[in-house]
Design a protein around this ligand. Structure first.
Ligand code: ZN
Length: 116
């Protein structure tokens, strides 16, 4: 990289420029695109949002990117969505089972709940 002050090439790991002595700011971290994608995905596709958010969170923890809070929010949102989706799926499955039972035992079975 190059010194912002004098423009001389300096070592990537150097904290000050050896040429002019100016302090070198750390390289700007990547904006954590995985955390952003994960956060957005968590509203639509919970499992994809969860995976992207976990990857984004790991990047943030490793110090390769920022957006740790965003990634964490994405993980929590995705987990809630995933739990909700599973809850809905269970309701649909039990309704489906009830429907099959009612077609076997007749529509009266649904009303009287004696299909078990
Ligand atoms: Zn310099």
């Amino acid at each position: 990289m190059f010194c912002r002050n004098c423009g001389k090439e300096i070592n990537e790991n150097a904290s000050i420029c050896l040429n002019c002595g100016a302090s070198v700011k750390p390289v700007a971290k990547d904006s954590n695109s995985m955390a952003i994608v994960g956060f957005i995905m968590s509203f639509f596709v919970s499992i994809a949002g969860l995976i992207c958010s976990i990857v984004g969170y790991r990047n943030a923890v490793n110090g390769n990117a920022d957006g740790k809070g965003l990634a964490l929010a994405g993980i929590i949102l995705s987990a809630i969505r995933l739990a909700f989706d599973l809850f809905i799926a269970i309701i649909y499955i039990s309704m489906f089972i009830a429907l099959i039972s009612s077609s076997v035992h007749g529509p009266q079975a649904l009303l009287t709940l004696d299909f078990m």
